[in-house]
Design a protein around this ligand. Sequence first.
Ligand code: MN
Ligand code: MN
Length: 278
Amino acid sequence: MNNIIYECYLEAGKIASKVRKETLPRIKEDIPLLEIAEFVEERIKELGAKPAFPCNISINEIASHYTPQDNQPVFKKGDVVKLDIGTHIEGYIADTAATVEVRSNDHSLLIQTSDEALKNAIRHVKNGVETSQIGKIIETTINNRGFNTIKDLTGHNLERYNLHAGVSIPNYKSFFSHSIKKDTVLAIEPFTTYGRGNIKHGKPFIFAISNKCKGKTTQDITKIFESLPFTPRWIPEIKMKELKGTREYFESIESDGKIVAQTEHTVIVNEEDCEIIT
Ligand code: MN
Ligand code: MN
């Protein structure tokens, strides 16, 4: 990886990590989710990066892909909150997530298990590691604590302006596998749940321009976000109806309605290990 690109990743990672740490303590009962999402997105810009996607704040059985549009909902006591943040510098993306509870400690083991699964996985990442091996470590860690992993949600490699660049990092020992090479940038993100870990789709709140999109509005949006995800509240002057053919990111919801925790870091793969940039 050339030095300029490496520096962009490091800076994007540093900012994502800083914003995550600053934001988690601000998640409090009765505060609108929107206030947190806007804090995250503004803080990323203040620190010199751009959001790589709308701040995801997914609560309880919602595993991912929710972002608020207005002053409802608000955080409630006992909510298990997944905060998922993406930053980029010149298209070089860092992706990170953590889970907290609102004024309770009922799900610490679930959350800690997600953290532990990520830590164990990262310890094994180096040139030549198999994606199914990473998945196996994640699954074993989670099952050993009596929880289930979510097989339908995966980590992914990152490329310039490309959030899911083709390689998936499974959260279980998958049949299919891929050998990871040095310099690959990976987002690894175990999801842990009390449920069986199947996913159903909710509504879409996050969209991206796809090659099916046509017209002037598409060009305007592409100029701002490239191919990266955006959300309607970012472009109040544009009606979503004008944007036919967009890719929709549906909310991922645990189908038993059980609580989900998530932990995510972005790493750069080295010969003998990997470097956590978030
Ligand atoms: Mn993420
Ligand atoms: Mn991710």
